[in-house]
Design a protein around this ligand. Structure first.
Ligand code: C5P
Length: 357
């Protein structure tokens, strides 16, 4: 610690000359079961997050903290993005720069927004993790403070939001608790994704409230809701285990990683509970899902669903032809679409840093 203190001054000329630009990848949800409301007001849930290649770009610079300027400055090419403490990037960096030994540091961040705001793709959460990764990289390169431990990073991320920690793992990630308890899963193959971006914003807290009202009107008990989480967790554990059972149990699918998703889809368990409330309010989103699923086309999706609370809806396809055909169907509906690929953990990390001066 004493040795590190000696290096704490920012080297002269360092300011604003060493930006790092990182990809801030989106996620989709492969199934999302909503459980009962917890004492802290959040909902218990179970989901599989999967990172995809679609991304924003986040550029981070660090500088000496001065009295005349804010110590976290945020700019963005999209005027809908808040630039104050409502932004996950500001919340993440103020936590990270508030740690002992970092009182002298300030940060400037620019978000080049390509993903939708309020899209259910976790874009704001991913921005926060990219900003943290950029900050830590610059701090480490200049030897300005000790590196955070992995556990510290996960704790800060969970403080910022329920779907922030997943971006510290990347790839296929099991999300439990309120979504912030994350466990890495064996990666899925790089399926092609088509992500529909309708012009509809869905508020996640409002979608949770609608869900609660719907459950209450059905007379469901907290136990019924807990059972839903357990069913999804069991199905996921069984599916991810199957390829490794060496034929000891007879199983239905081929049991290879390539068929893991299809065997899960066949169980009928891989549903996103938010669809029940969000599709009722925005019926066009269900039309989009049906179009992406393409059941009566020659190229049906392996899986199609709402992502998080929406409004993005995605389809996953075994080959490019399937994705091309889905893209054309969306075009006919007049819906904007992003083409992407499922991004496994090694690809997520190896492609993260775009430019470093
Ligand atoms: O954690 P995050 O800030 O992303 O959550 C936003 C809002 O979504 C929360 O304030 C809460 O209303 C709702 N939420 C919830 N249960 C979760 C996650 C989020 O009720 N598991």
């Amino acid at each position: 610690m004493a040795g590190y203190r000696a290096q704490r001054r920012l080297p002269g000329g360092y300011t604003e000359r060493m930006p790092v630009t990182l990809r801030s990848h989106a996620k989709i949800n492969l199934g999302l079961a909503i459980g009962p409301v917890r004492p802290d007001g959040f909902h218990a849930l179970a989901t599989v997050y999967q990172t995809v290649s679609a991304h924003d770009l986040v550029t981070v610079e660090i500088m000496r903290r001065g009295n005349s300027r804010p110590w976290i400055e945020l700019t963005c090419n999209d005027p809908r993005v808040p630039r104050d403490s409502r932004n996950t990037v500001c919340r993440m960096l103020s936590l990270a720069l508030d740690l002992p030994g970092r009182e002298h540091l300030a940060a400037r961040v620019h978000i080049d927004k390509r993903l939708p705001v309020q899209g259910g793709l976790g874009a704001g959460s991913a921005n926060a993790v990219a900003a943290l990764a950029g900050l830590e990289r610059r701090i480490a390169a200049a030897g300005l403070a000790p590196a955070l431990t992995g556990e510290q990073r996960l704790r800060l991320a969970a403080e910022v939001g329920s779907d922030v920690p997943l971006f510290l793992l990347g790839g296929a990630v099991l999300g439990l608790g309120r979504g912030e308890n994350v466990v890495p899963l064996q990666d899925l193959p790089a399926l092609s994704a088509v992500i529909a971006l309708p012009d509809t914003g869905v508020s996640t807290p409002a979608a949770f409230r609608d869900w609660d009202r719907a459950q209450a009107s059905l007379g469901l008990t907290p136990q019924d809701e807990t059972d839903r989480l357990s069913r999804l967790s069991r199905a996921l554990a069984a599916a991810w285990c199957e390829p490794h059972t060496s034929g000891i149990f007879a199983h239905r699918g081929e049991g290879r990683a390539g068929t893991l998703l299809s065997s899960l889809v066949q169980t009928g368990i891989l549903l996103n509970d938010f669809e029940q409330v969000v599709f009722r309010q925005h019926p066009f989103l269900e039309t989009i899902k049906r179009s992406l699923a393409g059941q009566s086309s020659g190229h049906p999706a392996v899986y199609a669903a709402l992502s998080g609370s929406g409004s993005a809806v995605f389809g996953l396809y075994a080959d490019q032809d399937g994705a091309d055909a889905a893209g054309q169907r969306l075009n006919t509906l007049g819906v904007r679409a992003l083409r992407a690929q499922i991004l496994d953990r090694p690809a997520y990390w190896s492609g993260m840093v775009v430019r470093e001066d």
